[in-house]
Design a protein around this ligand. Sequence first.
Ligand code: ZN
Length: 141
Amino acid sequence: MTAPTKATRQDMYERDLDRCAACGRTDRLTHQHRRAVGMGGSKTPPSITDSLTLCFECNWRAEHDLQTFALIYGWKVRRWVQDPSAVPVFYAHSIGWARLTDGGAALPIHADEAAEMMREVYGEEWDEWREQVGAVAPVRR
Ligand SMILES: [Zn+2]
């Protein structure tokens, strides 16, 4: 897997207000590659919309016990999604739902708009994930 460029990493931390998008902590932050890459990896470094600030713990949990929440809240994006900016992100401890732009911004959007974007990408599956786990994320703070 190709690492993000230094510039992308810096822009990402700035956009995400130097906080983990999931739990809100401000230390031990890592680069989360939103779109999972396969065994062969990817030759191009992740774009800014493919990048999200998560702490080391949430980054690990997003691949394990919080996998479904990570999909529901856009912290992770299904591999087949061509454009990660089509999937909004829920910043649990700062601005709430936001749409990521190629210019490096996180634009706050209403929850209804976020749900619309999610259903456009995932269809009914998004609602099924939410039913599976309940609506609220099990995150700290
Ligand atoms: Zn975290």
